[in-house]
Design a binder for this molecule. Sequence first.
Ligand code: GLC
Length: 742
Amino acid sequence: MSTTPDLAARAAATSGSDMWHTTPIPGELRRISLADGPHGLRKQPEDSDHLGIGTSLPATCFPPAVGLGASWNPELVHQVGAALGAEASSLGVDVLLGPGMNIKRSPLCGRNFEYVSEDPHVTARIAAALVTGIQSTGVGACVKHFAVNNQETDRMRVSADVDERTLREIYLAAFEQVIRETNPSMVMCSYNRINGVYASQHPWLLTELLRGEWGFEGPVVSDWGAVADRVAALAAGLDLEMPPSGTDDRIVSAVRNGDLPESVVDTAVGRLKHLQDRVSSDSSRNVDHAGHDALARAVARECAVLLKNENDVLPLDPTSSLAVIGEFARTPRFQGGGSSHVVPTTVHAAVDVLDGSCSGPVTFAPGFRLDGQPDAALVEEAVQVAANHDIAVLFLGLPDAAESEGYDREDIELPEVQRDLLIQVRGVCDRVVVVLSNGGVVSVSDWEDNASAVLEGWLLGQAGGAALADLLTGVVSPSGRLTETIPLRLADHPSYLSFPGEHGHSLYGEGLYVGYRYFDTVQRPVAYPFGHGLTYTSFSYSDLELTTENDTTWTVSCTVTNTGGRAAAEVPQLYVGVQESHPTRPSHELRGFAKVFLEPGESTRVQFPLTGRDLSTWDRTHQRWSLAAGTYTVTVGASSRDPRLSTTLVTAGDRFVAPLGAHSTISEWRAHPIGGPVLAEQMRFMRGADGISEEMVQMAGGMPLSALCSFNMGVTTEMLDQLVAGVEEQRQQAIARGEITG
Ligand code: GLC
């Protein structure tokens, strides 16, 4: 009697039992509970939907990834993960569907509030912290959306057409780092196609790369409704379809017909068993919701980014009379729309906290309607209030409907009624502070001159209003830094002409040059650069040191000092690059950062590890990471455009010497450390070779060596075969001697 569950039961296990649960196999596999989302638990009581339309049980709403990313504080984000895991566990959820870690290719993406950055390094550091935090509670994390899901337009069909090097260095890099370093319980594949193949049935993505190269052993779950072909998906490495499509019989038939090896079904069931052994929930667990709310406030304080602060108008003088203008001060905008939407345990409004913490008079006026419709009475009221107070603080931003899962934005402007309000308030009050609430970047160019200070609050979760008040009044100094460039105009963006694509294709024509990698390489002016953020003190950097253990690992260190009068945090950032006339790679790339909290006059030493992989590029010809010999710039700065200390690093590289063949060009032969001298020697015997000028050799450089057989120079294919064999033998010998790698 076979002990293996019958095929139908195993096939059923590769699809959910309902919107939020896997299908058990009696005695083999228990029912596993899944739930959103990345910044707060969305556990639905009964009727379910995956777009956040239906309600869910109250849970702590932490800052979405756009905020968490701007904190540049992995240790703090780990605490958020642990709190999320605790709340999930207490409600019987085994796997939390987050973090979202797609790269912000365009500021128009409607779901950018759920993602960390335009840069894979900071994305990986923050996402890894969430995974380790969530998984410290026994609940599993599920990194998403794998992969290249950078727009909402046509998201269930569009093909992200992207070259392999850009894939590896930009869109897959954070997933690779997080999966290798934190071993998340699950990976969620994305809806879209990648170069024409659905992520849900992409053998290279889900098996060769994810398992073969990165060693991931857990199950891959589909995004909800992302499976186009059950059999092809299972065969490609997608283990769990969610929610169920009622097509288990297709799996059984495919196995019976010999179209699908039964071992594929067993492998998927095995991975689900691996998952059930790793994850657990504990409904008896008590949750300190008040403590989580306090944590949400402490985290939100570190997420806001002070973009400008002229004449030190911030922190506010608590004795000043304060006009608090803008509906967002009373009705905070603190999260985005869609599947990540959380029912918060409470919500803090900035105006309430300001009212309680300022000794001077505080007067509120809504100033505008959340639906964006003009309202002259509201404007008039707000202008009157502003005219009678020392300082006007305007809480502006994007309304809920402006950005969400499921659709992208058309522009990056603030609503016109808000910009008009700001101009009118500035007309009657000369000290104006703007506080922004927005998930995607907004342009500041055409209005920021009306404000002495601009505090970018992003979306900060349920306690964001209180955190903003704490920052405005100087309870703490701002310490957020931009993880996305704020361009002067949308049209300056490298993806402007190709996003979101058409006819089912989105061409990633900007390649590697995403965000600051583009703006800094072409030195295009921006409103505020990647990594930027002010605070209520100043910092100095000194004593840069570069040490090396060998030729592929280094340590960069420097001293950071608080040279001002207030305690605050600094985020020294490490960038590496090469100086080259024509770019073959971005001018510099973020490869490390630290967040240090310093009292006035206090100094600390920061260290950044640097590896050969950090300097490498993806060599698609030889399918490997390539560390080229040469001189690299190593810079520590306060943003991607505020270098403070710099040095150079020289490395012999990975000493990789590629094999040569008759298909290799004459230039490749001449540049080759082994093939070059051999070819030069052989050319001496070729008919008329002495008559070949250097110019002619240069012109012929792009020809494959095999072409020499066609120009009556006495060169035969047998001669070439011998030449190639001789060089390859020498290469293998050099590899054996350890002189080169191959
Ligand atoms: C949604 C989202 C995904 C979410 C899932 C379940 O469509 O794309 O992030 O986890 O479905 O709600």
